[in-house]
Design a binder for this molecule. Structure first.
Ligand SMILES: C[S@@+](CC[C@H](N)C(=O)[O-])C[C@H]1O[C@@H](n2cnc3c(N)ncnc32)[C@H](O)[C@@H]1O
Length: 186
């Protein structure tokens, strides 16, 4: 049993199962924002391999809750040890790591966007993900309906609204909208 102080995944199991079920292949997954690794374990059990990106420094909402991020990387490592042969962690800001992945020609069957929740960061993470998504692949974005009390630039909601509109009529097709939002590449 791992060491988890926070569980954001329990309420999302249904959405996770649905999104993973929509994927036509289950080779490679990318998780942006893995935190303690609970969601990573779920994805590592479903896909051949999972790349994860995290600063391992926490987000404002995590730090403001009093969570001590000093040992976050070690906690992630311990929690995911049993599946470590299927997981590659990348430490850094998502945009920097993803630009490197783009230049290496990396492609994924599934991307979970759950890193920084500012609108600009969420939009950038999602747009970079679209370029690395295989045909039949799925992008799942968290927190569409959370943090609604914050200003538009500080929440995921407005990034997702922009993305839904921007992708309308494209081959990246909206699958469902709830607290999480899923798109599939036709
Ligand atoms: C909500 S948590 C992820 C939760 C995890 N997916 C789960 O369900 O258990 C958000 C994570 O994103 C990371 N993060 C925040 N901003 C980031 C950025 N710009 N680049 C990479 N990681 C970031 C934080 O360190 C934190 O671990």
């Amino acid at each position: 049993m791992g060491h988890f102080q926070t569980d954001w995944t329990e309420g999302y199991k249904e959405s996770f199962e649905k999104a993973v079920g929509l994927c036509e292949n289950h080779g490679s997954a990318l998780e942006i924002g893995c935190f303690e690794g609970r969601s990573t374990i779920f994805f590592a059990e479903k896909f051949d391999h999972v790349d994860v990106i995290d600063t391992f420094k926490g987000s404002p909402e995590i730090i403001n809750s009093g969570y001590n991020c000093e040992e976050l990387y070690e906690t992630f490592h311990k929690n995911t040890l049993k599946l470590s042969n299927k997981i590659t962690p990348h430490v850094g800001m998502s945009h920097n790591v993803m630009c490197g992945m783009v230049s290496q020609g990396r492609m994924f069957d599934f991307v979970y966007v759950d890193g920084s929740h500012t609108a600009i960061d969420c939009a950038t993470d999602t747009l970079l993900s679209i370029g690395m998504l295989n045909k039949g692949g799925v992008i799942l974005i968290d927190d569409y309906l959370n943090w609604m009390e914050l200003t538009p630039g500080s929440r995921t909601h407005d990034a997702v609204d922009f993305i839904i509109h921007a992708l309308h009529g494209s081959n990246i097709v909206l699958q469902y909208v709830g607290t999480q939002v899923a798109f599939k590449k036709a």
